[in-house]
Design a protein. Structure first.
Length: 109
């Protein structure tokens, strides 16, 4: 079952694809594309669709990288949380008792 948000994204994506396709079909004239090593004549429809495809690949790649980093952060935080639960309560009490110690352990000058 697809959620409402998923349906909205799907509908917006389909609308964007339709607009891009119509725009590309209207612009079928040939254009000169300048490369570093030369020039070539390409139909404008291929230049538009190629640009959209490259933009989608770059955006998708950056999204995948961000999701991966967030998953690693979640994993690191949940591991730290589970380590805190495994710490015995006697150790936690010992850590708090250092406040009562009035001796100075720093070396004198």
């Amino acid at each position: 079952m697809v959620s409402m948000r998923g349906q909205s994204v799907l509908i917006l994506g389909a609308a964007a694809a339709l607009i891009i396709a119509v725009f590309a079909v209207i612009n079928v004239d040939g254009v000169e594309v300048n490369y570093i090593f030369g020039t070539a004549e390409w139909p404008l429809i291929l230049v538009i669709l190629g640009s959209v495809l490259m933009g989608a690949v770059i955006t998708g790649s950056l999204g995948i990288i961000k999701v991966y980093r967030l998953q690693q952060e979640i994993k690191r935080l949940t591991q730290g949380k589970s380590e805190d639960k495994e710490k015995p309560s006697s150790l936690a009490e010992d850590e708090g008792s250092d406040e009562d110690d009035t001796t100075d352990s720093r070396p004198s000058k």
